[in-house]
Design a binder for this molecule. Structure first.
Ligand code: NAD
Length: 494
């Protein structure tokens, strides 16, 4: 048997981090954290309540006053130390993230490294001249100053246990906020390691907090008068509910939701780059990625390319090239989705259901990648986010027909085109309704300092999650108008 991941040797007891102390929830409630590799518990997580949120926010508020008044250069020194500790512990973090989420250790490591990229962007903020001073009329200047919001909160999904929290807290903390995190209750243990490393790096107690749990904690974040802004990443229905509730409470809110990403393949597409890009995109993280390209729109005769995509897909080794599905209900639902597609009249070009689990991991939630060909847009496999390693292929005759399909989708996260013609790429880019667009790239994640964020039902709220969008999200601009001497030619505005 090949060992795929280091599973924890003993059950890990997840704790809340409040005021720099590791704590149990006040109601004592806990649930198991189960590894998708084995189907067995590797730890437990608190299911906290509103009173735990109250205590976390109170401690965060106290800590934020001094932290917000600390010069950015000193705040950044702590971030540098966190970056260093994170890299020293990258194996521990990657194995734990993989163990609780089911992805491969390599994918988990890539997620941590994307977090490092965001840390580096946040660290660079100390050298950015982000203000402005203008003499707006004789003797009168206007100046802008970026200031923290206060206590802010982040809510994360299961699919990136380390990366999504790091989309948020490095920028928010560096700008002088205190940050309260609620990780997904399915993958909470990685966040506790991040919390430990943040404390070791020297973040003052209360500046970074963790309150574990589910809906009750999320709703308490939205309602709490001491929380100024809420960042959310997860499914569309919850994103919409969180955005609506937090906004109604007068908070700044950005909620990123689900996706059904289309990518267009035209016959002139480069075979190598297309096969690699398509297969990586829908099988990476077992398709449990908001950027996964799950609907291929084949324009004209792409049969040779499709055969190559199918052959490459069949060659992937479960457990080595692709990890497991997060939990049994999701695993069973994906199998049912494949059956439904066949009932709807599509063809299973690659059927992952018969592929055995990796040796020694038979209790886990494994499903090899599958390809549904001949789908039509009215089929669920073509229009619903399945969130698994399933690619659906729809055939159309013209580029305009391919482009028209996106208006039928409620989502607008990512959109890619595979072509060797610049004019085709340009045509698609200009008509894309999604706001993260790829050309010959299957997972068009904007890299720092470019911001991450979709459109339509993939994003509720303004700003974006990373890059400059994140700076806007987690700070406010103060405008100062000054005059130091009385001027003879004043207007009512000066
Ligand atoms: P989810 O919406 O079920 O959970 C996300 C978070 O919300 C978790 O912390 C969970 O505890 C909490 N939550 C769940 N139900 C809730 C409710 N009824 N009320 C309040 N809070 C609730 O999402 P998930 O299954 O963990 O993650 C997968 C989804 O996230 C997919 O739809 C995926 O596309 C999306 N996602 C989007 C992005 C993006 O950037 N747009 C990134 C990653 C994942």
């Amino acid at each position: 048997m090949t060992q795929l991941v280091n599973l924890p040797k003993a059950l890990i007891v997840g704790k809340n981090l409040i005021g720099g102390e590791w704590q149990d929830p006040s109601n004592g409630a806990r649930i198991d954290v189960v590894s998708p590799y084995t189907g067995e518990a590797i730890g437990t997580v608190p299911m906290s309540g509103a009173s735990d949120v109250d205590r976390a926010v109170e401690a965060a508020k106290k800590a934020q006053r001094a932290w917000g008044a600390t010069p950015i250069r000193e705040r950044t020194e702590v971030l540098f130390r966190f970056r260093q500790r994170l890299l020293e512990h990258i194996d521990e973090v990657s194995h734990l993230a993989a163990a609780e989420c089911g992805k491969t250790v390599g994918e988990a490591r890539a997620g941590v490294l994307k977090g490092v990229e965001i840390i580096e962007f946040a660290a660079s903020l100390q050298n950015m001249d982000d203000g402005a001073v203008l003499e707006v009329s004789r003797g009168v200047t206007c100046e802008t100053r970026r200031e923290p919001l206060g206590v802010v909160a982040g809510i994360a999904p299961f699919n990136f246990p380390a990366m999504v929290p790091m989309w948020m807290f490095p920028i928010a903390l560096t700008l002088g906020n205190a940050f309260v995190l609620k990780p997904s209750e399915k993958v909470p243990l990685t966040s506790d390691v991040l919390g430990r490393l943040l404390l070791e790096a020297g973040y003052p107690p209360g500046v970074f907090s963790i309150v574990h749990g589910g809906r009750e904690v999320v709703e308490a974040f939205c309602d709490h008068p001491g929380i100024e802004a809420v960042g959310f990443v997860g499914s569309t229905p919850v994103a919409k509910a969180v955005y609506t509730r937090a906004s109604a409470a007068g908070k700044r809110a950005l909620a990123l939701g689900g996706a059904k990403n289309h990518f267009i393949v035209v016959p002139d597409a480069d075979p190598e780059i297309t096969v690699d890009g398509v297969v990586r995109s829908f099988t990476g993280c077992a398709g449990q990625r908001c950027m996964a390209a799950s609907l291929m729109v084949a324009v004209g005769d792409c049969d040779a390319l499709i055969q190559k995509i199918a052959a490459h897909t069949r060659s992937l080794v479960l457990g080595v090239d692709m990890g497991a599905i997060i939990e049994k209900p999701a695993h069973d639902r994906l199998r049912a989705d494949l059956e439904q597609a066949v009932r709807d009249g599509a063809k299973l070009l690659v059927d992952g259901r018969g592929v055995p689990a990796p040796e020694g991991y038979e209790g886990g939630y494994w499903l090899a990648p599958s390809i549904i060909d001949g789908a039509t847009f009215d089929m669920e496999c073509a229009n619903r986010e399945l969130f698994g390693p399933i690619l659906s292929i729809v055939h159309v005759s013209t580029l305009d027909e391919a482009i028209a399909l996106q208006s039928k989708s409620p989502y607008g996260n990512a959109y890619s085109v595979f072509t060797t013609r610049g004019a085709t790429a340009r045509y698609v880019i200009e008509r894309a309704e999604a706001t993260m667009v790829g050309v010959n790239v299957g997972v068009p994640v904007p890299r720092e300092p470019f911001s991450f964020g979709g459109a339509k039902a993939s994003k509720f709220g303004s700003h974006d999650m990373t890059g400059w969008g994140g700076v806007e999200l987690w700070s406010k601009q103060k405008k100062i108008t000054s005059k130091w001497s009385l001027q003879p030619d004043v207007t009512w505005m000066s």
